[in-house]
Design a protein around this ligand. Structure first.
Ligand SMILES: [Zn+2]
Length: 111
């Protein structure tokens, strides 16, 4: 839910910035999201309060390469730039398996 202090600052664009969904409804909230440049706050409509792209890990092979492959595909599908995908890869591969999963939960809505 939107809280009063979630309402976007005046320098935000007027249309929902949820990546990959082509939504052009007016912004009513802001939400944190990850990009290559780090954490960003984007303006979103009420339907896209969770603007993180979906990542379906249910039913896929749990090895690190399968997860990273699925994540890269999901970022591409959501319209993320190559730099964003590289940044995700670096983060996902910067540590152990737990670090990989943490990166997935940081960048995606994981199901
Ligand atoms: Zn939207």
């Amino acid at each position: 839910m939107c809280r009063a202090d979630d309402y976007p600052p005046y320098d935000m664009p007027e249309m929902c910035q949820a990546p990959g969904v082509g939504c052009n409804r007016p912004i009513t909230c802001t939400t944190p999201i990850r990009f290559a440049s780090g954490h960003a706050t984007i303006g979103v409509c009420a339907d896209h309060i969770n603007a993180k792209p979906p990542l379906v890990l249910t039913g896929i092979d749990g090895n690190a390469f399968s997860i990273i492959g699925a994540a890269q595909k999901a970022l591409k599908k959501a319209g993320y730039t190559k730099a964003d995908i590289v940044a995700f890869n670096e983060e996902a591969m910067s540590g152990d398996y737990d670090r990989l999963l943490a990166a997935c939960f940081g960048w995606f809505t994981v199901t």
